[in-house]
Design a protein around this ligand. Sequence first.
Ligand SMILES: Cc1cc2nc3c(=O)[nH]c(=O)nc-3n(C[C@H](O)[C@H](O)[C@H](O)COP(=O)(O)O)c2cc1C
Length: 385
Amino acid sequence: MAHLRYLTAGESHGRALVAILEGLPSGLPVSVKAIEDELVRRRHGYGRGPRMKIEKDALEIVSGVRAGLSLGSPIAIVINNSEWEKWRHVMPVEDPPAGNELTRPRPGHADLVGMLKYDFTDARNVLERASARETAARVAIGSLAKALLRELDIQVLSHVVQIGAVSSEEAAVPLPAQGETIDGSPVRCLDPGTSEAMVRAIDEAQAQGDSLGGVIEVVAFGLPPGLGSHVHWDRKIDGRIAGALMAVPAIKGVEFGNAFTVAGQPGSVSHDEIEPDLTRSTGRAGGTEGGMTIGGTVRVRAAMKPLSTLKKRLRTVDLSSGQPAEAFQERTDACAVPAAGVVCEAVLALVLADAVLEMFGGDTVDDLKAAHTRYLTRVEERRPR
Ligand SMILES: Cc1cc2nc3c(=O)[nH]c(=O)nc-3n(C[C@H](O)[C@H](O)[C@H](O)COP(=O)(O)O)c2cc1C
């Protein structure tokens, strides 16, 4: 059983999103402002649609925190929909909804399969929940996971390494202190020249009514060796991280370290050899071996598909008539790769915080820190001198 569990609820245009995080120890400083700041980071990024200018993410913490500190009880966060008054007639809880049914499902979305599976004639019943608006809830509780990790000097960040055909493939792994520089780029890319080319590529796609995907690199620094375990498949940290990243909407591929490159190379140049002091001078494996963190940095890439709600409409079928048709349109982003990076950070932080609590336990942050320090001291004693 997970040591840090979370649930989210809420439809994209419903009254509010709700997130519950269970398992956080007591004594963790929690601030509404810090959570809001993460939500602002998720809303930004070049290529996002008009909704991002409207969304305010007015959030409330309704349980689990007192006087700025976690109580050890479940933390519930409500993120209100600032447009609810406009949408309450479309999304009423009891009354018949206003507006026409959406019967021309968009390829690449949950629309068609959701309509078949849940027996709906209106795709809105599916898309409202499948929409990436839900990721705001994951970012909100992910910020608490990040705060817990910071207590152990573990930091998570992300940067964009590719948008469409523009890539900084050989990009150096950022330093922990470069988070602000990354966020200063409109596409959250470290290299200014590549940033500009990415912005131009998004402009071109947008002008043609098209969309672009890309690749995000997510990095965690300061990890102890041994998070996760080799002993059972569902305890392996790489599987847990990959699962969480793949569950971010539109993420279609995950790569640890240089996985797709080393797949084409001989073994003699594909591993991270062990130095006399037990450190590694390369990071080809991305920081895990045998389902455990090796200690230090974990580096993972996530591939995001181009978004599938398009002005350049894709072919579909109108389910009300059975006739070929063009897919319906919702407000949409042309590119959400920079924002998806923030979501990937949140889900990586949640997996790592869960693994930390599994390994070190503790009902208070101080107990957790003491167990972490004791373990690091023991590991340090094993290093040859
Ligand atoms: C931050 C973020 C924003 C997104 N914005 C949009 C959008 O504006 N339009 C769109 O068609 N898809 C958007 N998506 C992707 C869809 O939510 C996703 O493709 C869809 O739910 C189907 O799921 P799947 O791609 O994982 O199969 C976004 C994804 C993320 C992570």
